[in-house]
Design a protein around this ligand. Sequence first.
Ligand code: HEM
Length: 438
Amino acid sequence: MRFTSAILGLALTTKTLALCPYAERALQDPDFLKQHLKERDAPKAEKQHDKRQSGPGNIPFTTFNENQLINVTGEYAWVAPGPNDIRGPCPGLNALANHGYFPHSGVVPLSVGASATETVYGLAADFGIPLTVYATLVDGDVVGDTWSIGGKQPQTVTSPILGAGDGLSGSHNKYESDASPTRGDYYLYDGDVSSVKVPKFQALYDLQNTAAVPNYDLDTLIQHRKYTFDNSLTTNPYFFFAPFAGVAVANAAHTFIPALMSNHSAEYPNGILDTETLKSFFAITEAANGTLSWTPGYERIPDNWYRRPLGAVNEYSPVSFAQDLVQIAAVVPEAVSVGGNTGEVNTFTGVDLGNITGGAYQTSDLTNPTKFVCFFYQLTLAIVPDFLRSEALGSALAGALNLLQTEISPFVDPSCATIANYNDAFAAQFPGAAVGQP
Ligand code: HEM
């Protein structure tokens, strides 16, 4: 394995917080300091657990409120997808559609995506909005402003000319990536990127299944990240890890598991992700003999499931993800590197991010949370227009470019470096970059 750049540096300050996060939190919540001091003196194992599913800066949640309970009854009762309903590679989104928080069809209006992911899971708007805008513009219907959580959405009046987008399942290397937590690589499974590969799930499951108190926390998912990256490295000659789909999305797909699927309670205000909750979100059932099986589209929010608390300091934001990425990089540095295999297994070659971004960002910036957040938004602004130009024309293109600017710019810190010259020529050395492209 070769890397042209070493992954360096921890910078734990964030631009979005004027004070240190502890001071900021203490000002907002009078019980915080008291609780923090109590936790400082708590036994080490407990502290270790506490810091994992916590808010930005790994600040433990100190509050728990009954209103964190997610309603899965009445209009939000679970209903299996019908034959025309679309489901895809994201268990979090599939579950929203099964519970009526998204349209049951799996075709989601732009305006619904980020509000539902925030209300139900505590995904911050500054994360949910870019993710859903990207879905709409890169693989959705840019005229109707809808996107599909799985395959192609049905044609609409406007879409026959422009194409209704291929959906998340058809967005290989643009959104969907190799080396996912439980889904297979495009090349290895003939384009099936939406099915859970049970052995992959089993590998994750086994990491905690026999623990005294099973908890799929960030440490566990980092161990699994090592497994999933190595799995693609050693079995897929066309393994490719793109800047957005790979470094950002496929890593987030790992951190979202503890961050957004954990169950919170008065006993575990920081959340705990046990075996039953994990299986429910991944549509996995276990036979009496321990055999696991997956039922497509049956992702379910468990009864009595409480999401993380809402509010700026609690929701999972790009800053929180950037901090989790630092922890991933400490154990699996290769997973925080753009690159791929070069046509044979075990030939992963990392690419210097400086060459791709015209010098605006370096590989080491991926493990600097402030710079990573800049990179995340600036990369979106840089790559979406290229994807759009290959698919939309005339006024549709102009409208889509305008939507991109209007929705993303408010989140961008003006001091962030702009990627004026995005250079995707690096992809030519990786045969996997062309896999799944028309
Ligand atoms: C805001 C809208 C969201 C979008 C557009 C989105 C999109 C995606 C995409 C494209 C993938 C495939 C990534 C890959 O190939 O590695 C994915 C995977 C995943 N997403 Fe989401 N997602 C969203 C929100 C969420 C939420 C709220 C959760 C958790 C509750 C979640 C949990 C996951 C997980 C765990 C995976 C990995 C699936 C696997 O490999 O089994 N996502 N998502």
